[in-house]
Design a protein around this ligand. Structure first.
Ligand SMILES: [Mg+2]
Length: 387
């Protein structure tokens, strides 16, 4: 097969906060199919799901593949199931309070605070339905179940099935910017400085068991996993279970309106991300500088530097004699090393007091022979080793 070029998302110059959302019961109070599609087939909600789940069980089939199959089968003879039709069902989806203005509001808040906010849906629902919703234009990506359409525009095969465990692959795609579902580099180990969105800058918002692998991953890697519950029923049983099992650290009612608890919490996460990334940038620059130093410096030079530091810290004569013995086997001092050794001779009393001892004296004579060493320092040491 010919090697394929994949388009990668760029890292950019601002820290990125990736907010990932489950869809059903997280952004909308019930499953998306329950809001018009199932009824249009002449089914009640419960019977449709029962039929699909029995089909899954009887065939050892993934439940999402089974419901996609059932959607196609049951639409036959009732209406033409097309992409446009599914998008139209998306238009009738009802959202929790504030969802429709949420994405733009939080993105704009991020812009003001120097953080690029990205919004991703990761759902086992139907992508085409999400495409029909008014929020679609505000999203950076939608990973969901989706159909392939034949020449007549009818679904004939799934192109994507998103179940609860493979939901996690999309977090890694966002992390690395490998958004194409066929891009194998999602599994490539990248150096920390090339990671597009580190996991500490992930937020995952979900409502139930199907979100557990994503929540656990985000939580364990220092991100923010948030369980939501319906503010009308106020039923916290699922979020209590998830917090008990350490899947989430936070739970918040699914109200996304301005100044709601969710709004204030996410804005605080944006603020923290801005400051935290400044600190992380310093860590990365130290790490990169050290790695460059290590790359440019031989093992012998590292050993020399460590021995000079050890001499500087000597607190007894025995340690000084032993360190001098090791240093005597080295040699080839740079001007900076020679000057440091001369300064140690004058400033560390454990070295200074035994400068005239034969081993220490012989060692310091080699240091004094370093061309370019500080003349004044050298003169003082010369006097001290020849009292
Ligand atoms: Mg859900």
């Amino acid at each position: 097969m010919e090697a394929q070029e994949f388009i990668r998302k760029e890292k950019g110059d601002k820290p990125i906060l990736a907010i990932c959302y489950d869809f059903d019961k997280t952004l909308t109070p019930t499953d998306m199919q329950n809001q018009g599609f199932i009824q249009s087939l002449g089914y009640d909600i419960e019977s449709f799901w029962k039929k699909s789940n029995v089909f899954a069980k009887e065939n050892d089939m993934d439940q999402n593949l089974a419901y996609m199959f059932t959607m196609i089968q049951e639409a036959k003879g009732k209406f033409d199931l097309t992409k446009e039709k599914l998008q139209n069902f998306g238009k009738t989806i009802k959202f929790f309070k504030g969802v429709e203005s949420w994405f733009k509001r939080i993105r704009e808040y991020g812009e003001k605070r120097g953080v690029r906010v990205e919004h991703y849906i990761i759902s086992s629902g139907i992508r085409e339905m999400v495409e029909g919703t008014p929020i679609f234009k505000d999203l950076d990506g939608v990973f969901a179940c989706s159909f392939h359409y034949n020449g007549e525009g009818t679904p004939d095969w799934p192109v994507q099935v998103v179940n609860y465990t493979n939901k996690t692959q999309f977090l890694f795609r966002i992390e690395k910017g490998t958004m194409d579902v066929n891009d194998p580099d999602v599994n490539t180990l990248l150096p920390e400085s090339e990671i597009r969105v580190p996991f500490r800058n992930f937020v995952y918002i979900g409502d139930s068991d199907t979100d557990i692998p994503c929540m656990t991953l985000v939580n364990s890697k220092g991100g923010y996993s948030i369980g939501v519950y319906n503010p009308e029923s106020n039923d916290k049983s699922k979020v209590y279970k998830m917090i008990a099992e350490r899947r989430i650290k936070y739970y918040i009612p699914a109200d996304y309106s301005e100044n709601s608890e969710m709004d204030r919490f996410i804005k605080a996460v944006v603020d923290k991300t801005y400051l935290n990334e400044k600190i992380e940038a310093k860590y990365l620059s130290c790490k990169n500088e050290y790695e460059q130093y290590r790359h440019d410096t031989s093992d012998n030079e590292i050993e020399k530097a460590n021995l000079i530091s050890a001499l500087e810290d000597c607190t007894n004569f025995r340690a000084t004699h032993m360190t001098v013995k090791k240093l005597s086997k080295k040699g080839g001092w740079t001007v900076a090393q020679a000057n440091k050794l001369l300064r140690i001779a004058l400033e560390n009393s454990q070295v200074k007091w035994i400068l005239a001892d034969t081993d220490v004296k012989e060692f310091y004579e080699t240091v004094l022979a370093t061309a370019g060493a500080d003349v004044a320092l050298a003169e003082k040491v010369r006097k001290a080793i020849n009292p």
